[in-house]
Design a protein around this ligand. Structure first.
Ligand SMILES: *Cc1c(COP(=O)(O)O)cnc(C)c1O
Length: 395
């Protein structure tokens, strides 16, 4: 039974549960309240700077969601490069709908390539679809997995395409020397409540070009050309005669949300280490079963690559994913599915579906509980339950 107002019952094992360092968060938030500054600027700038130090991105702009960031990026590139409605962005159907809604909302045409066993876009499938109308590739590192990233970025270079990274799952996916995404034209992170660096609702857009970052800062606040904090702090007279350069919308993040990010970032590597341990334990417990295929991460990347381990996903072979989920629910375990192919939604029914693997995974993928409150025993219980249910059903 789900608890009151959808809160989680302590005996249940849920897919996600964000962890916040309450004391440290409240200290940061207290500073905002004392100062009377909870909006754009101040802690938002501090968080952007800390994120740049951590990740190696040259530019980073804090937003109210990654959905905003995806749209802002596509709209900005559309105007910058003069892309019209016929211009095609190659993308994946196996993602959260934000990715593809953004392409459509910006008035561009999504073209769906298929994924491979990494669950990320297949480089071969992408290359087949490139034509004279192609302008960009949207890459999603599912579950934090950087597999195929390098191959796709080589393709983008070779064909002169923009590469946009939906890095919603990838906070902390890096090699010894660099964070994944720093070579993309734009990378967009989500700090939504269940992501690896959970805030509540927030995102970050990281542009390769400084000019794009400047424009995004204006466009994320109705086209106004300066944030209020720098206007009031650098010049004590309120400069109300700012210019408005764009007809845009309001997408920027706020200082209270940034506080949670500043604290969460201190622990991101430590938290991701624990996530990788949990992935390792699941892998040990479930490997060798012929009905389960484990989606590995970092199988085609440089040796020092580390996944953020946002998800642990399995593919069910020869048995029904939906039945398994129901029986797991009966045992108090609540897995998830990332994702159902977007092409199966009615809003996407007009688009060409030549993505057989994405279709197949829509019915057979499952994400197991993965968060920082799980004990090793919880993971053993989940794995044992899966193996028992499958064995009973096939008997
Ligand atoms: C969560 C998610 C988003 C949207 O993030 P928001 O910050 O909630 O807007 C976009 N793409 C993917 C792949 C996601 O998982």
């Amino acid at each position: 039974m789900t608890g009151i107002f959808g809160l989680q019952n302590v005996n249940e094992i849920h897919l996600f549960k964000p962890k916040y360092r309450r004391g440290e968060c409240l200290l940061e938030i207290g500073e905002c309240l004392d100062r009377g500054w909870t909006g754009l600027g101040y802690k938002t700038i501090e968080f952007e700077d800390k994120w740049k130090d951590y990740s190696g991105y040259k530019n980073a702009h804090f937003l109210n969601s990654s959905t905003s960031g995806l749209f802002l990026t596509l709209e900005l590139f559309r105007d910058k490069y003069g892309w019209g409605r016929h211009c095609q962005v190659i993308t994946t159907p196996l993602t959260f709908v934000s990715t593809n809604h953004a392409i459509l909302n910006a008035g561009l045409t999504p073209v769906f390539a298929d994924v491979d066993e990494t669950l990320n876009l297949s480089p071969a499938s992408v290359e087949q679809l490139i034509n004279e109308s192609t302008v960009a590739v949207m890459f999603v590192g599912i579950g934090g997995n950087p597999d195929n990233y390098r191959e796709i970025s080589h393709l983008c270079k070779r064909y002169g395409l923009r590469m946009i990274l939906d890095a919603a799952h990838m906070a902390g996916t890096k090699t010894d020397n660099s964070h994944y995404g720093t070579t993309c034209d734009a990378a967009i992170y989500s700090f939504q409540a269940v992501k690896n660096l959970p805030i509540s609702d927030s995102g970050m857009v990281c542009f390769l070009e400084e000019d794009d970052d400047h424009i995004a800062r204006k466009r994320s606040w109705l086209g106004i050309d300066k944030d209020t904090f720098s206007r009031t702090s650098s010049d004590r007279r309120y400069k109300f005669r700012y210019n408005v350069e764009y007809i845009s919308n309001k997408y920027h993040g706020n200082a209270l949300a940034a506080c949670l990010g500043i604290v969460g970032l201190r622990y991101l590597d430590e938290d991701n280490n624990r996530r990788r341990q949990l992935r390792g334990l699941y892998t040990t417990l479930l490997s060798g079963n012929e009905n389960i295929h484990i989606v590995q991460h970092c199988t085609r990347t440089p040796h020092s690559s580390k996944t953020s381990a946002h998800l642990f996903q399995i593919v069910l072979l020869r048995c029904s994913r939906d039945n398994l989920i129901e029986e797991m629910n009966d045992r108090g375990i609540f897995p998830g599915v990332h994702y159902i192919s977007n092409l199966q939604y009615s809003a996407y029914k007009g688009f060409q579906n030549s993505c057989p693997r994405a279709n197949e995974y829509s019915n057979s993928l499952m994400s197991l509980p993965l968060h920082l409150f799980l004990t090793d025993d919880d993971v053993r219980y989940v794995a044992r339950s899966i193996l028992e249910i499958i064995a009973n059903n096939l008997a």
